[in-house]
Ligand binder design. Structure first.
Ligand code: PLP
Length: 470
């Protein structure tokens, strides 16, 4: 192993590389161009017996690993949803890695527990979330949704399922829209509810859940002897960033006694803008809420802000303290009681760096730019005679397809080819979705280092590439 002086030298070298990487990031192909197995075959069969110099490992990182990296921080990363970092976030991650503290109990790092509590309070103020909510950082929205379902399950079963499993248990049902994220299905499976008890409610022409269809399904399930447990409402679906009508859904949940979990994984960040506050109307009636600063709030993965109305339900569902973890300290948060894992990274530090360095106004300015560029792009698509806008673009995702007027063959296939050709060029990376059986291209705006011209360039590239397809 190297010593601390060598560590210092290598760290300086790596920081120089990091700064150059961000300066030159537009020169990298956004989507990795390697074939399956190409990286694996460059890696030795067995681990080395003798230690190797860091310099050699770093050279191999550049030679072997980098070509197999998709550059999520490239300003023309328009795929999926953004998974942003930023300079202040990366700096904080360096410190977090250096401290390498396990932040499971207050005592295992009081600063981590107290900073986490304060950062979730700051986020609450930034997003104008209900003041009486309590928050905790989960690793991902998938975990947060699982935690919500398990909390609801325990609350509804009077903590019996934690104790004796599903023996003699009534059959729960869970509700979400047909556009809800796949993490809901996964959580329903893991929580033991079973996929067969998940009801995917029909959506309207804006891809948002139809409240009347939810009511009809609830009534049908009640009649059939099920116990409706929980509804997931989405603010900003993954397909089209559709916003479920929260006010109506929350009313239905109260009337039928359901837990309301709100998944705002990507779009939650937009709640910092006054013009998006309409999305959270009714949110004060939710039992739990999640959004990911690690998607659009310039904070490195993993950092998922999970809020609950009643932290006692959460803690009662998850606390399990063996003797060796018992501490006498009162009035503090032991966050391993607030979720699944025992060991936890110090994730609040990067939020602190990001929120302080951007400032509320800095965050708002960037997000406002992103949504305005997305809207401008949606307008351009709509005006273009050979392209079709395929869904409303209320936030940062623009869903469209190429549809040249004279084209008689398979439009889905044409768009598949367009997507592949754009992505193979390495200048931009877009992905697709399927809406009502139609293959649709999906371009997400919202990368940290993005400029307006990056969006213009992506749109020009798509038009040029499309014109070359025949
Ligand atoms: C991305 C996304 C998720 C999953 O987020 P993870 O943090 O990766 O688990 C869940 N719901 C929605 C709406 C998303 O966009």
């Amino acid at each position: 192993m190297i010593n601390s002086e060598e560590f210092r030298q290598h760290a300086h070298q790596l920081v120089d590389w990091m700064a150059d990487y961000f300066n030159n990031i537009r020169d990298y192909p956004v989507k990795s161009q390697v074939a399956p197995g190409a990286i694996m075959k460059q890696l030795p069969e067995s681990p080395p017996l003798q230690g190797e110099p860091i310099q050699d490992i770093f050279e191999d990182f550049k030679k072997i690993i980098l070509p197999g990296i998709t550059h999520w921080q490239h300003p023309n990363f328009h795929a999926y949803f953004t998974g942003n970092s930023s300079y202040p976030s990366v700096l904080a991650e360096m410190l977090t890695a250096t401290l390498a503290a396990q932040c499971m109990l207050w005592e295992t790092s009081p600063a981590a527990a107290e900073l986490e509590q304060k950062m979730l309070d700051w986020l609450k103020q930034l997003l104008l979330l209900p003041e009486d909510w309590s928050g905790v950082i989960q690793d991902t929205a998938s975990t947060a949704t699982l935690v919500a379902i398990i909390s609801a399950r325990e609350w509804k079963s009077d903590w019996k399922i934690n104790e004796r499993g599903f023996t003699n248990q009534e059959r729960f049902t869970i509700y979400c829209s047909a556009q809800a994220h796949s993490s809901v299905s996964k959580a329903v499976r893991i929580a033991g509810i079973g996929l067969g008890s998940l009801r995917k409610i029909e959506v309207d022409d804006q891809f948002a859940l139809i409240p009347d269809k939810l009511i009809a399904q609830l009534q049908q399930d009640l009649k059939a002897g099920f116990t409706p447990l929980l509804t997931v409402a989405t603010i900003g679906t993954t397909g089209t960033t559709a916003v479920d009508p929260l006010a109506e859904i929350s009313e239905i949940c109260r009337e039928y006694g359901l837990w309301l979990h709100v998944d705002a994984a990507w779009a939650g960040t937009a709640l910092i803008l006054p013009e998006y506050r309409w999305m959270s109307s009714g949110l004060e009636h939710a039992d739990s809420f999640v959004f990911n600063p690690h998607k659009w709030m310039f904070t490195n993965f993993d950092c998922s802000a999970y809020y609950v109305k009643n932290p006692e339900i959460l803690k009662k569902s998850f606390t399990l303290i063996p003797e060796y973890l018992k501490t006498g300290t009162k009035g503090v948060n032991n966050y391993s009681d607030w979720g699944i894992q025992l060991g936890r990274r110090f994730r609040a530090l990067k939020l602190w760096f990001v929120i302080r360095n951007f400032g509320g106004d800095g965050l708002r300015k960037k997000v406002a730019e992103h949504v305005s560029w997305a809207k401008q792009l949606a307008e351009k698509v709509e005006r273009h005679s050979d392209f079709q806008l395929m869904a409303a673009a209320p936030l940062g995702a623009v869903c469209f397809r190429y549809h040249p007027q004279s084209y008689q063959s398979d439009i889905n296939q044409l768009n598949r080819e367009l997507l592949n050709k754009v992505n193979q060029g390495g200048k931009a990376y877009i992905t697709h979705t399927v809406l009502n059986g139609t293959y649709v291209l999906r371009l997400v705006v919202g990368q940290t280092y993005q400029l307006k011209e990056d969006i213009d360039n992506a749109w020009a590239l798509i038009q040029e590439t499309a014109a070359e397809l025949k």
